[in-house]
Design a binder for this molecule. Structure first.
Ligand code: ADP
Length: 244
C-alpha cells in the first residue's frame, strides 16, 4: 500500500453483444480515495462496464489498475489482482455464519502454508472487516438469516478481507431502508478513503450525498463527468434525464 497512489485507467473500452455495441469506447480515470459514482439511464451500459472489468464479458480496449493490465485475464486472476466486485443481489454463503463467510473469503487470499499454520477464525483481517462492516455482534449468525442490508455489508466485508483495492459496487443500497442507506454511505466513505471505488447507483439523493465525482453514461458512452453539481448543470445530462 505504500508509494504512489493507486489508480484505475480505462481506455477505449468496448463491449459488443451480437453486433450490438453496449459499451462504446469508454474512458474512465479514478484515483485512490475517489468515490466515483457511475450513473445513467437503464441500458446505458453501467453493469456491462463492470462485467468487462471483472472478466465476465469479453471486451476490447484497456483497463489498467495501477500499472497492471487486467483486461483479457480470467475472473479469478482479476480478483487476485485486487479487484473486488459486488452484485445487486448479495452472493453470500447462506448456510454459513458471518464469520465463516469472511473466513472463506480470507482463505482465497491466504497461501496454503499459511492456512495450515493458522487456526480458523484467528485472522486479524477478518476481525478488522467484522468491525468495519459493523457485524461483530452477529459474527456467529447464519448469513441467510441476516437482513438485506447486513448481507450487502457482509459481501463488502468479503472484499475487504480479500485485500481488494479497487471496489466495483453494483447498486449497493438497492432495497435498503433509509437507516441502512446512511450506514452504507458512511461505510463507503470509510473504506473508500484508501481505495479506488466505482459505484453504480440510481438514487440521486445518495449520489449527491456521497459522491466525490460522477460519470454519466448514456447509450454506452460517457456523456458527462465531474462533480455532482457540474454534471447536473450539463445540458446533455438534462436532456437524457428529462428528455428536454
Ligand atoms: P445498465 O447497467 O446501464 O442498465 P447494462 O450494462 O445492463 O445497462 O446493459 C447495456 C445494454 O447491453 C442493454 O441494452 C442490455 O440489454 C445489453 N446487454 C447487457 N447484457 C447483455 C448480454 N449478455 N447479451 C446481450 N445484450 C446485453
Amino acid at each position: 500500500r505504500s508509494g504512489r497512489p493507486q489508480y484505475l485507467e480505462v481506455r477505449n473500452l468496448r463491449v459488443v453483444f451480437d453486433g450490438f455495441t453496449a459499451v462504446d469506447g469508454v474512458n474512465l480515470d479514478v484515483t485512490q480515495g475517489d468515490l466515483r459514482f457511475l450513473i445513467g439511464p437503464n441500458g446505458a451500459g453501467k453493469t456491462t462496464i463492470i462485467d468487462a472489468m471483472t472478466g465476465l464479458v469479453p471486451a476490447t480496449g484497456s483497463v489498467n489498475h495501477t500499472g497492471i493490465e487486467i483486461l483479457g485475464r480470467k475472473v479469478h486472476q482479476i480478483a487476485k489482482l485486487g479487484v473486488g466486485r459486488t452484485f445487486q443481489t448479495a452472493s453470500v454463503f447462506e448456510n454459513l455464519s458471518v464469520l465463516q463467510n469472511l473466513d472463506i473469503a480470507a482463505g482465497a487470499r491466504r497461501r496454503p502454508l499459511e492456512l495450515l499454520r493458522r487456526g480458523r477464525g484467528t485472522d486479524p483481517a477478518v476481525d478488522e472487516a467484522l468491525e468495519i462492516i459493523g457485524l461483530e455482534r452477529l459474527a456467529s449468525k447464519q448469513a441467510g438469516t441476516l437482513a438485506h442490508g447486513q448481507k450487502q455489508w457482509l459481501e463488502i466485508g468479503m472484499l475487504l478481507v480479500q485485500n481488494s483495492e479497487l471496489l466495483l459496487l453494483d447498486e449497493p443500497i438497492a432495497g435498503m431502508s433509509q437507516d441502512e442507506r446512511a450506514q452504507t454511505g458512511e461505510l463507503l466513505r470509510r473504506i473508500g478513503a484508501n481505495r479506488i471505488t466505482l459505484v453504480i447507483e440510481h438514487d440521486m439523493d445518495f449520489v449527491r450525498e456521497y459522491a466525490t465525482s460522477v460519470t454519466v453514461l448514456a447509450a454506452g458512452k460517457v456523456l458527462s463527468e465531474g462533480s455532482v453539481a457540474q454534471v447536473q448543470a450539463d445540458p446533455r445530462v438534462q436532456e437524457v434525464y428529462l428528455g428536454t
